[in-house]
Each structure stands twice: as C-alpha cells, then as structure tokens.
Design a protein around this ligand. Structure first.
Ligand code: G3P
Ligand code: CA
Length: 244
C-alpha cells in the first residue's frame, strides 16, 4: 500500500509545520509526516521551512539570528489568521515527543543547503535516538553530503536524497549512498522510474503530490509513499481506488 505522508503537516488546511498541522494530519489518517528543520542562534532545532521567518510568521529575519526564546514569541499562523489562537514555531523535541505517542512515521528534512548549519546532523540524530524513534524516521535533504554524513553517524536511521530533477537510474544512485529510498519531485517520478526502483528494492516517495490525477497514478503504480499537502484528499482517493 502507498503510504500518505503529510507535507509540512496538513498544510492544505492548517499553518504549515505547526503542531496543529501535525495533529490534524494524524486525525485525517496520514501514515506519517514530512517536516523541515532549521537551527537557531543558540543551536536549537526548530521546525520551519524557510531560512527566514518572514513568510510564515509575524516576524522578520533569519532563523539563525534568533534565540529560541525570541523565536517562540512569533505567531506562525500566517495566512490562517481566522484560527482562534496563536501557533508557535515548534521545536523538533516537541514534535518528536508527541510523535513517539503516535504510530506515525516521520520524514525529517534537513534544511542545510543554503545555510550549512554546523552540527545539525548530530543534533537531529541525538534527538531521534532519545525518543526511540530510529525505526520511524527518514532523514532527507537536498544536501546529499549531509545525509551521507548522517548515515555514517547513525546507520540505523534511514536516509533519502531529495531529487528536484530527474536523475538517470536514481535507484543506482540511492544504493551507492546506502539510501533505502529517494524522494523525487513528482515530475521526476514517471511510472517506469517508480517501477524500476521498486524492483531494485529502492523505495520512492515523490513530493509534493496534490493533483488528483498524480495521486491516482502513483497509487496505481504502487509507489512506496506520496508526500502531500492534503492527506485527507489522498486518503479518499486511495480508498476509492482500492474499492474498485
Ligand atoms: O521533502 C519534500 C519536499 O518538502 C521538498 O521541498 O521545498 O517543500 O521542502 P520543500
Ligand atoms: Ca520539505
């Protein structure tokens, strides 16, 4: 069965990368989450997509220039202003602690391609181990040096390279860096690539699959997982398809 991973939580209906979006994704029946990690000035791991807080909060400036204390004062509701209460930028600890009480898996994306956060891999691994989540976490990044570094530090935690463009025989590349899967942009995941990868024992989890026709296609080809903003819609389509 194709798993449904909620991209930045249930980002289609709730403020992305907030506890609210993660909890609502679970309620919607997602099998797992995808989230993004950046690092504060005082070395704390926080869950936010952009290097800057400007787009998703009421603050301005780079995450790396904020202390955790000041970052936590920001309101991350951004375009969902009608929500009754303020949403904070979560710490990775907060998410993992909550996740450990659920049955979900989680794809942690290290956002270290633009700012090379020193020590980010070690810190993430320590937290994943602390919450006994090594078998439910997949560490991904567009920075492939970083995921290889993660694998060398913690071979028990799965890694997956993010691929924004189509690669020639991506399953061979994944095997070469000891990844059990890869996460391509959905346009870089045609049926032949998905099937050939699965036949080689390499999982494929395309992002960000929101179009109904693409969800249907990827369920049909029995893709390992889809990373989507709308887990409820994906679940509906998956159920309809399996009832046929
Ligand atoms: O992990 C898949 C996807 O989230 C990568 O792109 O920009 O949405 O973090 P982005
Ligand atoms: Ca991401």
């Amino acid at each position: 069965m194709t798993l449904i991973l909620a991209h930045r939580g249930y980002a289609a209906e709730y403020p992305e990368n907030t506890m609210l979006a993660f909890k609502e994704a679970e309620k919607a029946g997602a099998d797992g989450l995808e989230l993004d990690v950046q690092m504060t000035r005082d070395g704390e791991l926080v869950v936010i997509h952009d290097e800057k807080v400007d787009r998703t909060t009421d603050g301005t400036g780079l995450v790396k220039d904020y202390s955790l204390e000041d970052l936590r004062k920001l309101d991350a509701r951004f375009k969902f202003k009608e929500l009754p209460k303020k949403e904070q930028i979560p710490t990775l600890d907060e998410v993992l602690e909550w996740l450990s009480g659920t049955g979900m898996i989680c794809n942690i994306e290290l956002k270290n391609s633009i700012i090379p956060y020193v020590g980010m891999e070690e810190k993430v691994i320590n937290k994943v181990r602390h919450y006994n989540l090594t078998d439910r976490i997949i560490i991904s990044s567009f920075n492939h040096y970083s995921i290889v570094h993660s694998y060398l530090l913690a071979p028990e935690i799965e890694i997956a390279p993010l691929l924004s463009e189509g690669l020639y025989m991506p399953w061979i590349y994944a095997q070469s860096i000891k990844a059990k899967g890869f996460h391509p942009h959905w346009r870089a995941a045609p049926d032949q690539i998905v099937s050939a990868s699965l036949e080689s024992g390499i999982e494929v989890r395309p992002y960000t699959v929101n179009k109904e026709s693409e969800l249907e296609r990827l369920f049909k080809v029995n893709c390992s997982a889809v990373i989507t903003d709308d887990p409820a819609k994906a679940k509906r389509i998956r159920e309809m398809q399996s009832a046929r």
